[in-house]
Design a protein around this ligand. Structure first.
Ligand code: ZN
Length: 199
């Protein structure tokens, strides 16, 4: 297990467009193995090459956080030279990033995407994702173009504020039977409400 240093917002590497991978070398395979370890150690669901200082177009994603079975939950996608081939609909997503520690942001994303890319064996795959999974792939893909979610977020707050509001909402909804709720989005509504009442 080898952990790599995670590049933090402010480093110009994160703002640059990455170059295509010309050949899948052992160095790239080794970087991917280290990136899995680094992502897991940091409790992330995705990590892109520039986040470990490599200016090449590849990323890893582990988007099935809510899957029932462990095998699906643990699945890591390696996407080399990825391309988003289709986008449909819109969604608002709450996002964090290993390169922007301590913050959460509200971002507009497509609801559904198709994305193709090559794995470490050089085999091309095309996948379709929606909801949270689509968000993870769009977020990681953006890193390859030098875009951080914080560059495009409509709203941001600290992780402390986020968990505080989450806690408040949980107390507010304690006893409610409906499991649906509006989930994460209610947090951003609540934040706006608080800002209004503080003015
Ligand atoms: Zn990120």
């Amino acid at each position: 297990m080898a952990l790599r240093n995670i590049t933090i917002r402010g480093d110009e590497i994160l703002a640059k467009k990455c170059k295509p991978v010309k050949e899948i070398t052992p160095r790239i395979a080794e970087a991917c193995a280290d990136m899995v370890d680094t992502m897991l150690a940091a409790d992330g669901v995705g990590i892109a090459a520039p986040q470990v200082g490599i200016m090449k177009r590849f990323f890893l994603a582990m988007p099935h956080v809510d899957a029932e079975d462990e095998e699906t939950r643990d699945r890591v996608y390696v996407m080399i030279n990825p391309e988003i081939t289709y986008k449909e609909g819109t969604q608002e997503s709450s996002e964090g990033c290993l390169s922007v520690p301590g913050y959460m942001g509200l971002v507009d994303r497509p609801y559904k995407i198709r994305i193709k890319g090559t794995d470490l064996q050089g085999i091309e795959h095309e996948y379709e994702f929606e909801g949270f999974e689509a968000t993870v792939f769009c977020h990681e893909y953006d890193h390859l173009d030098g875009i951080l979610y914080s560059d495009i977020a409509k709203d941001m707050m600290t992780v402390e504020e986020y968990s505080e509001i989450l806690h408040e909402l949980e107390e507010l909804h304690a006893g409610d039977n409906d499991e649906e709720g509006s989930g994460n989005m209610e947090i951003w509504e609540k934040k706006k409400e608080k800002e209004r009442s503080n003015q």
